[in-house]
Design a protein around this ligand. Structure first.
Ligand SMILES: CC(C)(COP(=O)(O)OP(=O)(O)OC[C@H]1O[C@@H](n2cnc3c(N)ncnc32)[C@H](O)[C@@H]1OP(=O)(O)O)[C@@H](O)C(=O)NCCC(=O)NCCS
Length: 179
């Protein structure tokens, strides 16, 4: 095992402003990347993103509320995305997950591998029990990626989010640590 947490094709590594912030700004301000995400409807400045990196990296151990990784390829250490575990509820062992993969690296299995690696880390290292993700029903790629990574649909909230001109259903996807 090298640096970070390794999957088959990707590595989850700590956020590094020098290496990762440029892509973060490009992706968070790209209307295609954020077509079905909760972020991306307001401009994200370098100041806001640097503050986010600082907050993510400076959380009190041993119980941070968020663990955010950059996703890099195993083969070339190329930065291709972000993978996060958010709103960690340590008492309940539950957290919310999110993934972004840059447009030119999509549909190559990187997102699914990052999600599988994140799940292993969340269950085996952090000791969490349930990961959940709320996905807009129109976000076919995210639903497919989460299914491939072992998440299953457990519910749907009709017209949950206002996004790009309509109210969108939210699908609740979860994965539970085997007993
Ligand atoms: C969701 C996301 C992380 C998936 O990353 P990825 O690296 O492309 O994921 P994978 O390649 O592992 O799997 C994607 C699957 O969805 C499929 N897919 C991609 N786009 C699709 C589309 N428009 N319609 C149907 N299926 C689609 C792919 O073919 C693949 O399935 P397959 O392996 O059976 O062919 C990426 O699309 C992304 O960053 N989207 C923007 C941000 C986002 O919406 N994040 C999730 C918020 S809940």
């Amino acid at each position: 095992m090298g640096y970070g947490w390794e999957g088959e094709t990707v590595r989850l590594v700590p956020l590094d402003k020098e290496k990762h912030i440029k892509n973060a700004l490009a992706w968070l301000n790209d209307a295609d990347v954020t077509a079905w995400t909760l972020t991306g409807d307001f401009p994200v400045s370098r100041f806001i993103e640097e503050d986010f990196f600082d907050r993510m990296l400076n959380q009190p151990a041993p119980h941070p509320t968020d663990v955010v990784f950059a996703v890099e390829t195993l083969a070339g250490e190329e930065h291709i995305g972000f993978s996060g575990i958010h709103r960690i509820e340590w008492r309940h062992g539950v957290a919310v997950t999110g993934t972004t993969i840059g447009a030119k690296h999509r549909s190559k299995g990187y997102g699914s591998d990052a999600a599988l690696t994140r799940t292993r880390y969340a269950f085996d290292v952090l000791g969490l029990r349930i990961l959940l993700s709320e996905v807009m029903a129109d976000n076919t790629a995210s639903l497919r990626m989460l299914q491939k990574a072992g998440y299953a649909e457990v519910g749907r909230i009709p017209r949950r989010y206002w996004k790009r001109g309509s109210y969108r259903d939210a699908i609740i996807m979860t994965i539970e640590r085997p007993a």
